[in-house]
Unconditional design. Structure first.
Length: 151
């Protein structure tokens, strides 16, 4: 993966990502490249049938409505792009590009089933060097959203 217009995408350097059951990486980059088409913003009630959701501090919700990808799990995280970075987090991780780094770390935490505080101790807001996850961070209206997949 590389950087795409309108968003940042990533994949750790390492062996090719392959999911169990002979399922390859092919559909996932296409889904990430078209992520805007699969994301919806609304109320939690409106988005109750989303594959996965992220709740915002203003009461809205972002939902993923992409197709099922056998052998892959998906997670999203979203934040308001104009939200103030909490001072303690800005002091710890720096304010530059904070919400993009935050949503990426949160999405990867969800996929790894690791509490965010444990992730911070291990990785800060960085991506672990041997992750098999792939992701894209994009701006959607007034939001920063990361969509991530892991086999």
């Amino acid at each position: 993966m590389g950087t795409r217009p309108g968003g940042q995408a990533g994949r750790a350097v390492g062996p090719p990502v392959r999911a169990a059951g002979n399922v390859g990486l092919r559909p996932v980059p296409a889904l990430l490249g078209a992520a805007e088409r699969h994301l919806r913003v609304g109320t939690p009630t409106e988005l109750r049938y989303a594959v996965t959701r992220s709740h915002l501090d203003d009461g809205r919700c972002v939902g993923w409505y992409g197709p099922v990808t056998p052998g892959w799990r998906v997670a999203i995280d979203a934040e308001r792009a104009t939200a103030e970075v909490p001072p303690a987090l800005a002091a710890r991780f720096g304010p530059v590009d904070f919400w993009a780094r935050w949503t990426r770390a949160e999405s990867l935490c969800k996929l790894a089933e690791i509490p965010v505080a444990a992730w911070w101790r291990r990785h800060g807001l960085a991506v672990p060097p041997h992750t098999r996850a792939v992701w894209r961070t994009l701006h959607l209206a007034d939001l920063v959203v990361t969509v991530a997949f892991a086999p």
